[in-house]
Design a binder for this molecule. Sequence first.
Ligand code: ZN
Ligand code: ZN
Length: 446
Amino acid sequence: MQDGLESRLLESVEQILTKYRLCNSCLGRQFALLGRDLSNYKRGEALKIYSTLIASELHELKHEERAVQLLKLIAIQGLFQPARETLHKWGIPIETSGFCYICEGFMDKLEYFRDLILQQVQDWEFSTFLMGSQIPENIIDREDTLRAELNLKYGESIKGDINREIGKLLQTEELQVDFDAPDIVIILNPVTQTVDVQVNPLLILGRYRKLERGISQTRWICWKCEGKGCDECKGKGLRFEYSVEGFIADPILKAAAGTGYKFHGAGREDIDARMLGTGRPFIVEIKEPRKRKLDLNALETEINTLATEKVEVSDLSWSNRGTVRNIKAFSQINEKTYRLLVEPQTPVDNEKLKEADEVLSGATIQQRTPRRVMHRRADKLRIKTVYDFTSIPKEDNKLEIIVRCQGGCYVKELVTGDEGRTRPSLSELINTEITVIELDVLNVQS
Ligand SMILES: [Zn+2]
Ligand SMILES: [Zn+2]
């Protein structure tokens, strides 16, 4: 044993309490890095118990002056009942008043805060949470000053302390702490005794097929009333009654009792194009959902019943924020297959058509933003790869075209050339203007 080292902790406690009145948690927090699997409350309580026992033994050994001095410190500055009781037994009654210098008593109200929080979150269904707190600057300053003044090196922040301890009180088998993607974030201000709840969105992944032309992927707000509802839109506030996102997200929004939604598609097809094959991946994001335990199979059936022969969803599953980012990024690189029905202005020689197919299969094309989307997209040059291009002559001089190409490629323009803004194009290669009659997305790789 090294002389004096063992008593350093007691010296430190005496030094702290001589200057500052501290509750168990706030004293224990100054030694948070010592010992594991302990709360700061227990650390503080243990130090006060230990000091009380030392004082009691000093009293037995007739070092009364020192015994009383130490015990008074623990009773008054440590706000410690067993020390008060011991002094009382020695015939020294002590009146104590006042609060902890750092927290002014709120660290002793953790159970009260837990109940307050449970009351505030009762309207929401959630199974994971993250505990946060707002601690006024002056409280943090007081603790920083105390540590600097007494050169204390084992402390942790009061924020980390209260978050962890209330988190432990809230945690049950059905309710777990999640640091990465919690259902809700609880922010407690222990001074004003107020609770803020941030409800994170609910994310549902799926695939949709669009079986009918003329349905926009996104909802178009009525231009005349800006969504309020007018004669033009028959009170619906929408330019078109139907949209893919409306068909899919409305029933989910209702079931989750949220405040709104966002629809993230892995790219989009034109309003006049069908989306066939195995469908296009999407994620519906429900904001501030009150319900999270949804029956996805039942939802799928409900959506498909309401949208019969127009839109169809499949593979509904729970998703996360990372997938939302991926679905957007991926839609620019993943492969898509399209079918077009087109009409060249002049009859085309089969041999010439074959040559054009060969040039376009495997071609790297340069594509400026199409004129038809210029009003909502910046004009820029895209370089895209066409993997396969096959033209099949049909009756009345029409052509059916099957194109497999990189995501983000504008296929209508690959055929029409868009007045030279897409090069090469089928129109350029067979030297005639072409009208696109129909467009279907046959497959979206995922
Ligand atoms: Zn305190
Ligand atoms: Zn309107």
